[in-house]
Write a protein that binds this ligand. Structure first.
Ligand SMILES: [Zn+2]
Ligand SMILES: [Zn+2]
Length: 278
C-alpha cells in the first residue's frame, strides 16, 4: 500500500481512545487521516469486566467493528480493533494479551488484520482488608487503572477506571462499607486505562502496515502474509524431522493463491530434536 499523495479518510470506531496510538502511525506511513467515531457503543459487543458477555470471536469482532465503521461513516476503508486475554502459550504461567487491528476496504473487497501479542501484567486479587491494598497499589504500572467490586458482585457496586492511590482506597472502602465482604481488585483492561494494551495496539498497527505492503501475486490484493507455519525442519545431526519451523505459507484470502517461503536455515539444532535430544 503506497503512501497516499493526498490524505485519505479512513474510519475507526472506538470509545476507548485507541485513535491516539493508531492515527499517528497510519498518518505517517500511509497518509491516512483517521476519522474516529463513538457513534456505536463497542461495549455492546462484550466487556472485559464481564457485565456484557462476548459472543463473537476476537477476529469476528474486529471485522464487525471495521465494517460498521464504514457503514456509519460512509467511508470505504474502515478499521476495527479488538483485544483479548487468555492463558497464552505457556500453559497459563503468564496471562497473554492479543491485539487485532482489522482493516476492510469495502469498495475493493479485501480485508487485512494486523496482529500483536505478548505476556500481560494483568493482576487480580481478592482482598479481605485494606492492609494488602497498599502493596498491590505499589506494583501497578504507571497509567494503569483499576476495577473494584465486592466479591458477590452486586449489580449496584462496581468501580471502573479508578486511578490514583486515594481514589483506589476510597473505592475499596466504599465496597467494604456497602457489603462487608472481600473486595475484588483488578486491572481495568479497557485500552484508555491500560498502557500495556495501548503499546500493543501500536504494535498491531505496525504489523497491519507491514501486511498492507504484501500483495498477492495473483489477484494483487494486499495482506499476502505467511501466517501458516509448517514444522518438520530436519535435525542437523540425524536428519529426522523436528518441531522447528520448516516453511511458512501465505494463502490469499481472496483468491486462495498459495506460496511457501523456506526458512533461512536448512537444519534444526539437535537440541530441538526429539530423537537426538529426547
Ligand atoms: Zn489473491
Ligand atoms: Zn536429531
Amino acid at each position: 500500500m503506497p503512501h497516499s499523495s493526498v490524505p485519505r479518510a479512513v474510519a475507526l470506531l472506538t470509545r476507548h481512545d485507541k485513535g491516539r496510538v493508531i492515527a499517528p502511525i497510519l498518518q505517517n506511513k500511509l497518509n491516512w487521516q483517521l476519522h474516529t467515531s463513538d457513534a456505536f457503543d463497542t461495549d455492546q459487543l462484550g466487556t472485559f469486566s464481564g457485565e456484557t458477555p462476548r459472543t463473537l470471536t476476537a477476529s469476528g469482532c474486529a471485522e464487525y467493528k471495521a465494517r460498521l465503521a464504514c457503514e456509519l461513516s460512509g467511508l470505504s476503508i474502515g478499521l476495527g480493533s479488538e483485544g483479548s486475554f487468555d492463558a497464552g502459550p505457556y500453559g497459563g504461567l503468564l496471562p497473554w494479551n492479543q491485539e487485532l487491528l482489522t482493516c476492510v476496504d469495502i469498495d475493493n473487497n479485501w480485508q487485512v488484520t494486523g496482529i500483536a501479542h505478548g505476556p500481560s501484567f494483568h493482576q487480580q486479587r481478592v482482598l479481605e482488608s485494606s492492609d494488602k491494598l497498599s502493596e498491590f497499589i505499589e506494583d501497578i504500572p504507571k497509567g494503569q487503572a483499576l476495577i473494584l467490586y465486592p466479591q458477590s458482585r452486586p449489580a449496584d457496586t462496581l468501580f471502573k477506571g479508578v486511578h490514583g492511590k486515594d481514589n483506589i482506597q476510597a473505592a475499596f472502602q466504599e465496597c467494604q462499607d456497602r457489603c462487608s465482604e472481600a473486595v475484588v481488585v483488578e486491572y481495568d483492561l479497557r485500552a484508555m486505562h491500560c498502557p500495556e494494551r495501548m503499546n500493543r495496539i501500536a504494535q498491531a498497527t505496525e504489523n497491519l502496515f507491514a501486511r498492507l505492503q504484501c500483495y498477492c501475486p495473483n489477484c494483487k490484493r494486499p495482506g499476502f502474509w505467511p501466517d501458516h507455519l509448517v514444522d518438520g525442519l530436519p535435525c542437523g545431526v540425524c536428519h529426522m524431522p523436528t518441531h522447528s519451523i520448516a516453511k511458512r505459507i501465505a494463502i490469499c484470502q481472496s483468491c486462495q493463491h498459495q506460496q511457501s517461503f523456506a526458512v533461512d536455515t536448512p537444519f534444526a539444532e539437535p537440541v530441538n530434536c526429539p530423537y537426538c535430544n529426547p
